[in-house]
Write a protein that binds this ligand. Structure first.
Ligand code: NAD
Length: 261
């Protein structure tokens, strides 16, 4: 299968770190021009890597004026937009101890900003019969200790994907989501002290494939969903989780022998 996104323009929110960068790389490799919106100035380096195909615009996605300004700039530079990837997120989460303002901030970044970005890009997506890929997570379906805000926001993204898919179908816009498992990313790099081997060992218990995912493996699925190869796919959530979601409480260990033994 050949993925061709030549002459397509994509907007990726939160494209400054590892997973976002991998998504940008994959879209660029398929021929797209990509606008990266992030508060993190580190995103500038991806524009330097692909000066003709990538534009980084410093944008706080919780600020409507900044979103509008960024999209106007993007359109002036590359023309109208075909693809939107809502990837930006906050890991702000102190479980039950989280205060109202924390809830509002987390949901603002992880959920509402995706809606507001979609609102501004929507006329172009209608014109181009474009598509949207939202980022959710394995955390959308499985409780994790001490985490309330992030899983709730990711569950909401899943529901939002379905609502968008339904209401945008008459426009010819496809909307899907990806649910990554543990992926080698800024946060896992930081928490593991940069120790990929240790991170893989811990992840092995939770993922049938016995390791973390790579950012490129998530990016490949996003790129597929953005392409004509996925022309009959909408409202779907794609697990990119090495089998995390199919494991129940019995994990992948034979349980019956415990009864018999
Ligand atoms: N890391 C994982 O293992 C994992 C697992 C499942 C799902 N995901 C999802 O993948 C996506 C990327 O995750 P990541 O781990 O690379 O996260 P990350 O924190 O490294 O990247 C998120 C990006 O969003 C940006 N951002 C945050 N607030 C913003 C704002 N107000 N305006 C603009 N940009 C803002 C950050 O600057 C950052 O560059 C997220 O949607 C996350 O939920 C990650």
């Amino acid at each position: 299968m050949h993925i061709d996104l030549i002459s397509k323009v994509a907007v990726v929110s939160g494209g400054a770190t590892l997973i976002g960068r991998a998504v940008v790389n994959a879209l660029v490799s398929a021929g797209a021009k990509v606008v990266v919106l992030d508060v993190d100035e580190a995103g500038q380096s991806i524009e330097e890597e692909y000066p003709d195909q990538v534009k980084f615009i410093t944008t706080d996605l919780t600020q409507d004026q900044q979103i509008k300004h960024a999209i106007t700039q993007a359109q002036q530079l590359f023309g109208s937009i075909h693809i939107l990837v809502n990837l930006a997120c906050s890991y702000l989460d102190d479980g039950f101890a989280s205060k109202r303002q924390d809830w509002l901030s987390a949901l603002d970044i992880n959920l509402v900003s995706a809606v507001e970005l979609t609102r501004v890009v929507y006329p172009d997506l209608v014109k181009n019969k474009g598509c949207i890929v939202n980022f959710t997570s394995i955390s959308a379906e499985c409780a994790q200790t001490g985490r309330w805000l992030y899983p709730v926001s990711k569950s909401a993204m899943k529901a939002l994907t379905q609502s968008m898919a339904m209401d945008f179908a008459p426009d010819g816009i496809r909307v899907n989501s990806v649910s990554p498992g543990w992926t080698w990313s800024r946060v896992i790099n930081e928490v593991s002290g940069g120790n990929r081997q240790k991170a893989d060992q811990v992840a092995a218990d939770y993922h049938l494939l016995g390791r973390l995912g790579n950012p490129e493996e998530v990016a490949n699925v996003v790129t597929f969903l953005c392409s004509d190869a996925a022309s009959f796919v909408t409202g779907a959530d794609y697990a990119v989780d090495g089998g995390y979601a199919v494991m129940g409480p019995e994990q992948n260990k034979p349980a019956i022998p415990r009864l018999a033994g």
